[in-house]
Design a protein around this ligand. Structure first.
Ligand code: AR6
Length: 176
């Protein structure tokens, strides 16, 4: 796992500002925009993003779809739909892991060398932050270990507290 962890970066800030090949959006099943990071991405990318999203016919929980980045510095947006936290007994962990797996598959299929993820499901969808972070880091490191693309995965945290949680989770995985 050590080599894969070297390809992971943790940053704090607004994901819409990142100059990467793809940013991931924590969307809802309609893919037509919303609040949180979804709202920020739609505002920054412009109305053309919504036109493309209308053609996609929504997205299932745990799945992902890709669009262009429009006015963003990022070339692509990978829209994924995290699970709403309902206590943990409704397959939430598997669905959240699937968001990372499907997003990385789309990134590799579209030659994305760098991808940035927000902390999917940890806002409006209320997934406990520590459990979500373990799934994010664990799933991404397991997948990229077996592949050369994407070369770099950024976890873009909105605040320092979240970034420290990611740092601790990566450090724990390094120790094994
Ligand atoms: N850059 C990076 N991270 C951000 C940003 C940003 N600009 N804005 C918020 N976050 P959320 P969810 C963080 O609620 O829980 C929407 O209405 C935020 O602090 O955006 O998956 C959709 O349409 C949190 O840690 O997504 C759905 O209906 C993380 O991003 C629903 O919310 C995710 O919070 C999805 O809920």
């Amino acid at each position: 796992m050590g080599k894969a962890l070297d390809r992971i970066r943790i940053q704090t800030g607004d994901i819409t500002k990142l100059d990467v090949d793809a940013i991931v959006n924590a969307a809802n099943t309609s893919l037509l925009g919303g609040g949180g990071v979804d709202g920020a991405i739609h505002r920054a990318a412009g109305r053309e993003l919504e036109f493309e999203c209308r053609m996609l016919d929504g997205c299932n929980v745990g799945d992902a779809k890709i669009t262009k980045g429009y006015k963003l510095p990022a070339r692509h947006i990978i829209h994924t739909v995290g699970p709403v936290w309902q206590g943990g007994g409704r397959g939430e962990a598997e669905l959240l892991a699937s968001c990372y797996v499907r997003s990385l598959e789309l990134a590799a299929a579209n030659d994305c060398r760098s991808v940035a993820f927000p902390a999917i499901s940890t806002g409006v969808y209320r997934y406990p932050k520590d459990a979500a972070t373990e799934i994010a880091v664990g799933t991404v490191s397991m997948i990229i270990e077996q592949k050369t693309m994407p070369e770099t995965v950024i976890f873009c945290c909105f605040d320092e507290h979240m970034a420290e949680l990611y740092q601790r989770t990566v450090a724990a995985l390094r120790k094994g």
